[in-house]
Design a protein around this ligand. Structure first.
Ligand SMILES: *Cc1c(COP(=O)(O)O)cnc(C)c1O
Length: 393
């Protein structure tokens, strides 16, 4: 991961990207965090680890994922559009790139028990699946509201032998599940590894997760004969986006676009558009943009897509926004739904609602006929069928 110092990539220096990041943790986790910080990169860059990780990515996850030239979409928008098919990963989204890496790391650190949070359920499924394959105990925390929205994914996790714990506090969604997973880790610091599902949390998690997801961007660069003109990805915590952007952060020729969810619009008090409407604060262990209400409490948010329904964002993205290195757009529910319909009609691909936010950027920006655009299709839409049906599909 080490890069030359004139490199614009915001490699975390002591866990900070500019003024964002850090590790704001209770004392009881200091030992765990220090252990991770001191050891993760040497373990993950060792040739044995790399060999085992790459072999699992290849044989279990199904990598490299295809780079699909979307001719129907390209004709419609009069430009060249490619889709990076993370929806074809085992378990249906990019989350498993990170879950596989972190669980291998946990084994090397002699941790026998895995905990994780999940929103849409994709990170939970990925973690539960890899734990089943490696014979590790797995506990998944999920908001009670999300368990209703994503009931199929709850069953899938149980079939993989994971214990799914319903979280009834707060808005009963991702932020509350994250609180509970952190609490579990605090109570079991010795035998447990907490697999965080995005580039959030205390250092070194954001950097570690970005490292595991950077496989997406490295494959994109290899699969195209030259870098694209535009790279587009949706941003929840920001892991599929940073993974896609990774090799292009130093290349001013590549325009990077992040699509965050605006829910019902930026004026809605429950909008989850953290980068557009947030303020700087500390949340879930790091300093970044967060959404707060007028009393300074973390705002409960609403987006149709559970995976983007989060009042925080990874500190890397806060930094990239502040430096003007990435253009962040906010996409409303109805815009994502329309984009999902277009992808179904033109390409025969059902996108995850999260990924549909990235596709909706095609309606917002204009592109020239000679340009090449890559969109990270972060996941498949089977899990969202209830929402699609409810909205007239
Ligand atoms: C979880 C999820 C996201 C959002 O997470 P990031 O860390 O921002 O990538 C996006 N798309 C899908 C399909 C997901 O499951």
């Amino acid at each position: 991961m080490s890069e030359p110092s004139d490199n614009k990539f915001p490699d975390a220096v002591e866990g900070y990207y500019g003024s964002f990041g850090g590790a704001y943790i209770p004392e009881i986790l200091e030992e765990n965090i220090r252990n991770l910080k001191e050891n993760w990169s040497s373990i993950c860059l060792s040739s044995d680890f790399v060999k085992e990780y790459e072999s699992l990515l290849n044989q279990y996850v199904g990598r490299p994922t295809p780079m699909y030239h979307a001719k129907g979409l390209s004709e419609l928008y009069k430009t060249h559009i490619f889709l990076k098919r993370e929806d074809l990963c085992h378990t249906g989204a990019h989350k498993i790139n990170n879950a596989t890496g972190q669980i291998l790391l946990a084994e090397k650190l002699n941790k026998k028990r895995i905990v994780a949070e999940t929103g849409a359920g994709q990170h939970g499924i990925a973690t539960a699946s890899v734990c089943a394959m490696r014979g590790l105990e797995c506990v998944i925390y999920m908001g009670a509201e999300d368990m209703i929205r994503q009931s199929l994914n709850v069953k899938r996790m149980s079939m993989m032998g994971a214990k799914v714990i319903s979280v009834n506090s707060g808005s009963k969604s991702l932020k509350d599940a994250t609180n509970e997973a952190l609490r579990d880790w605090i109570n079991h610091p010795n035998d447990t590894h907490y697999v965080i599902g995005s580039v959030v949390g205390p250092a070194p998690y954001p950097e570690m997760v970005a490292h595991f997801q950077s496989v997406i961007g490295h494959e994109i660069l290899r699969q195209l004969s030259q870098p694209p003109d535009h790279m587009i990805a949706c941003v929840g915590g920001g892991s599929n986006a940073i993974g896609s952007f990774y090799p292009f952060l130093n290349n001013p020729e590549v325009r990077l676009i992040g699509a965050e969810a605006a829910g019902k619009g930026l004026k809605d008090p429950q909008t989850p558009a953290t980068l557009s409407k947030g303020q700087v604060g500390v949340f879930h262990g790091s300093r970044s943009y967060i959404l707060q209400n007028q009393h300074g409490q973390i705002q409960s948010t609403h987006s149709l897509s559970a995976g983007l329904d989060y009042p925080g964002v990874g500190p890397i993205h806060a930094y990239l926004k502040e430096e003007g290195l990435v253009n962040y757009l906010s996409i409303q529910n109805h815009e994502a739904l329309a984009a999902a319909r277009i992808l179904c009609n033109k390409e025969g691909i059902l996108p995850a609602l999260e990924s549909a936010h990235a596709l909706a950027v095609l309606e917002k920006e204009s592109f020239s006929p000679t340009e090449t655009i890559v969109i990270c299709l972060s996941g498949r839409g089977d899990k969202d069928m209830m929402a699609y049906q409810k909205h007239g599909f």
